[in-house]
Write a protein that binds this ligand. Structure first.
Ligand SMILES: [Zn+2]
Ligand SMILES: [Zn+2]
Length: 260
């Protein structure tokens, strides 16, 4: 599936020009749909400062949340790559903040993820591990693992992810997060999926904990059983550890927008 070229096309929406995949099935898992705009008749006043709209005070819709604001409360134009906008778009102050934070993910982490890292990879309960380079595909939909063998994991099929860390004492390992990216279509286990990002700030680049591995559970296509992938940093551990930290942020982004 991933061999299909990912063509893109320009589309015009009321909010601006968007560059989207030609085939909707190849939409990035990080992308968000455009919101429904709150209808004009339902918002006589600015939803932030309560100023009444009239002939002079015009209303504007936030491109990210679709709510109505006066010019003052919705004046910022901020990049919104998650909705595929080509240019920065008008957003309310709340949404601007979120979008600005996400830019860090697009500017830094996404590049780290597509560049890849080297890991010792074990599939399921196999004793044998293989040195593989793991990277995010350019369309952001797959993790490609390449060593002597090749396989791929579709992000939307990942049901849980644990990032393992090495605390300051060498050899001592903590499981520091567990999260589910599983979307509703493959979510019979939804009730066991919870999100506890215990050490969010500590695993960041400057934090006291360094990510040393990851355990992924995912459901391969046409399979009913979950498979487990165990990855440990190898070779250049600094690069691999940065990759895991970026993956952790990616998972958080996906998790948080799961119900949006
Ligand atoms: Zn206002
Ligand atoms: Zn907004």
């Amino acid at each position: 599936m991933s061999a299909v070229p990912d063509g893109k096309k320009l589309v015009r929406s009321p909010s601006g020009l968007r560059m989207v995949p030609e085939n909707g099935a190849f939409t990035s898992p990080f992308s968000l749909d455009e919101p429904q705009w709150v209808p004009d008749k339902e918002c006589p006043r600015c939803m932030q400062c309560d100023t009444k709209f009239d002939f002079i005070t015009r209303k504007h819709h936030c491109r990210r949340c679709g709510r109505c604001f006066c010019d003052k409360c919705c004046s910022q134009k901020v990049a919104l790559p998650r909705m595929c906008f080509v240019d920065p778009v008008r957003q309310c102050s709340e949404c601007s903040l979120i979008s600005q934070k996400e830019m860090e993910f697009y500017d830094k982490q996404l590049k780290v993820l597509t560049a890849g890292g080297t890991f010792l990879v074990k599939v399921d309960s196999s004793e044998k591990s293989e040195t593989m380079v793991c990277r995010l595909s350019n369309n952001q939909r797959y993790l490609f693992l390449d060593g002597e063998s090749h396989f791929e994991v579709e992000l939307s099929r990942i049901s849980s992810m644990q990032v393992l860390t090495e605390s300051s004492t060498p050899g001592e390992k903590d499981i520091c997060s567990y999260m589910s990216l599983l979307d509703s279509q493959i979510s019979e286990e939804k009730d066991v999926c919870s999100y506890t990002s215990l050490l969010d700030s500590q695993i960041s680049e400057g934090g006291s904990l360094r990510a040393s591995g990851m355990v992924l559970q995912y459901k391969p296509p046409e399979s009913l059983n979950l498979q487990q992938l165990h990855m440990e940093t190898a070779d250049d551990k600094r690069v691999a550890s940065a990759w895991l930290t970026a993956m952790h942020k990616a998972a958080k982004l996906l998790y948080e927008s799961r119900d949006q």
